[in-house]
Write a protein that binds this ligand. Structure first.
Ligand code: ACM
Length: 558
């Protein structure tokens, strides 16, 4: 036996012994890019120190507050000014001497029996290193209060990790049903656990306007409320009622600022969506003067009503939208404002003499070109306020605005990428979280019945890079997100049920290397993730590999 072989056998024995005697195999979701399990474990004790360089203290505090809650140990971060190596006996978080090749969200995590180091080029990377470290601990680390009789061991590992895509998103529709600020923050916590970094907040639609706009107070005093919960739901399926008994609610600008800050502390960027020119019935209920017909309207009570459309022939409509977008731009620091653009009913414009006259004046051949003209004007407003415009597939019709990013739900990725535009993939076939989670609808709570089931396996198998986008243009595909439309979802427990565990699969699709995807191993890790969800009080569907029975063969993404 060669010396090398003997050494390899000796080392693997140590790992095997350490493994068997120590904590279980890591169950990290999303799966890191490189993970090497080593011998031994680091044990948290009341004497464990947490050190951070001065710029990394907030991230260290995020870690210590979670550790202190569950362990009961009095852990607080101390500042460490120097250090390129590890600190004996301590968990050390630092951006110093970090490997910049890891990118703006990557990190390196080294756990040895006597030290833990998280090193990353940025605070986002350190934060993701913290998420991974928490998932190396027993699931009880997510307990809301102190737990005794747990060995707080972290298996020795060397991890280098970074995300596959920059856009790792989730959309929540708060118009069809309203969810409170606290509920939104609870969701943000769960997204952060999964290293998801983009929260698309669908704030307006036909069924309710949910964001305070100071210049246009009726948007919320009128547009945020409807006579009942609607969509066939019993009144006791929700508690979202105003003092006068009407159904609805909205976020004040202070609420919005708080949620933005809460998200930023978790390295989540919020993309607000203000729908236009269609899906705008709630806004037009408040201000019917910006419609073609003049109203009166009331916010829709059921799905399938898309008759709220702005009148582009009135300058006042653009003044109104400028005021709205100026306030929205001031509240959301992220680069994007989503302006919808989907499912615009063109009949109203066809029947409007003013719109037809506008089209003749501007040389627009059809209503699609009128919509494009509208979106281009809106893009100038969005850009003037320092933001970038993003909209649904239909903003391609009649010509894409100059710098727009396309959110592909019914196609358009190829055309957009070929024209040099960025794209976020959200095809109904793989990204619609309002669809049933299994083909056995009887066993599931209500969900959107018009799509195929989006099983866990189907979500997990999703490949966001469309096969028809040539490799040279694939850098335009920013990533993907899950969309939770809430016509069928009247309360937050139901939101959670529809979101988890499919968001765990989404996280792996967006973060991990495609060749590392393994549904059986994912299911093993998911069982541990369920224990974390239990600690966190997250409602979820108990799905696993057996769901594969429900998955239809995947057609390539068009
Ligand atoms: C959409 O589902 N209407 C974007």
């Amino acid at each position: 036996m060669s010396l090398t072989l003997a050494w390899v056998i000796f080392l693997s024995l140590i790992v095997a012994v350490g493994h068997a005697a120590g904590p279980a195999a890591p169950a990290i979701i999303p799966q890191p890019q490189h993970l090497e399990l080593r011998a031994g474990a680091f044990t948290l004790t009341p004497a464990t120190r947490v050190d951070a360089d001065p710029g990394s203290r907030a991230t260290a505090r995020f870690l210590t507050s979670r550790l202190a809650t569950a362990t009961g140990y009095p852990l607080t971060p101390a500042t460490k000014y120097f250090g390129s190596g590890s600190v004996p006996g301590a968990i050390f978080l630092t951006t110093r001497h970090a490997n910049t090749n890891l990118g703006p969200e990557g990190y390196e995590l080294t756990v040895a029996p006597d030290s833990v180091v998280i090193r990353a080029p940025t605070q986002a990377g350190l934060f993701y290193g913290v998420q991974t470290l928490l998932q190396l601990l027993p699931p009880a680390i997510f307990s809301p209060g102190p737990v005794t009789n747990v060995a707080w061991q972290i298996p020795a590992v060397q991890i280098q990790d970074w995300p596959r895509f920059v856009w790792r998103g989730f959309m929540l529709d708060v118009s069809r049903h309203f969810f409170t600020k606290a509920e939104v923050e609870t969701l943000l916590d769960a997204l952060a656990l999964h290293k998801l970094n983009t929260f698309h907040w669908h704030l307006t639609d036909d069924h309710g306007w949910r964001i305070e706009i100071k210049a246009c107070p009726k948007l919320t005093s009128v547009g945020a409320w409807r006579s009942g919960v609607g969509f066939g739901y019993a009144s006791n399926s929700t508690t979202a009622y105003g003092p006068d008994g009407r159904y609805g609610g909205f976020y004040t600008q202070d609420d919005i600022r708080e949620v933005v800050k809460y998200a930023a502390a978790r390295h989540i960027t919020i993309v607000p969506e203000i729908e236009m020119p269609g899906h705008s019935l709630a806004a037009l209920t408040a201000y019917p003067e910006y419609s073609c017909t003049g109203g009166p309207f009331e916010p829709a009570m059921t799905g399938g009503v898309f008759n709220g459309i702005y009148d582009p022939a009135k300058e006042a409509t653009f003044q109104f939208l400028t005021e709205v977008l100026a306030e929205v731009a001031g509240l959301f620091p992220g680069p994007y404002i989503h302006v919808g653009g989907d499912e615009v009913p063109k009949d109203t414009w066809k029947n409007s003499p003013d719109c037809q006259a506008l089209m003749r004046r501007e040389g627009l051949k059809n209503e699609e070109e009128l919509q494009s003209w509208f979106v281009r004007r809106i893009e100038k407003i969005v850009n003037a306020h320092g933001h970038r415009l993003i909209g649904w597939s239909e903003i391609l019709q009649g010509g894409l605005a100059q710098n727009a990013t396309v959110m592909d739900w019914i196609g358009g990725a190829k055309e957009a990428a070929e024209a040099g535009h960025d794209v976020v993939m959200t095809p109904t076939s793989n990204c619609y979280f309002d669809f049933y989670q299994s083909s056995n609808r009887v066993a599931e709570p209500r969900a959107a019945a018009w799509g195929k089931p989006l099983t866990l396996a189907r979500m997990y198998a999703y490949e966001p890079l469309p096969t028809n986008v040539p490799p040279a243009l694939q850098s335009h595909i920013l990533g993907t997100q899950g969309n939770l439309w809430t016509e069928q979802i009247p309360n937050f427990k139901h939101v959670e049920y529809m979101t988890f565990p499919r968001a765990s699969a989404l996280a792996e699709v967006t973060w991990s290397a495609p060749e590392a995807r393994d549904f059986t191993d994912f299911s093993r890790r998911l069982r541990i993730q369920y224990q974390r969800f239990d600690e966190l009080g997250i409602n979820y569907r108990h799905g696993d590999a057996s769901d594969a029975a429900n998955i239809e063969p995947l057609a390539p993404t068009p």
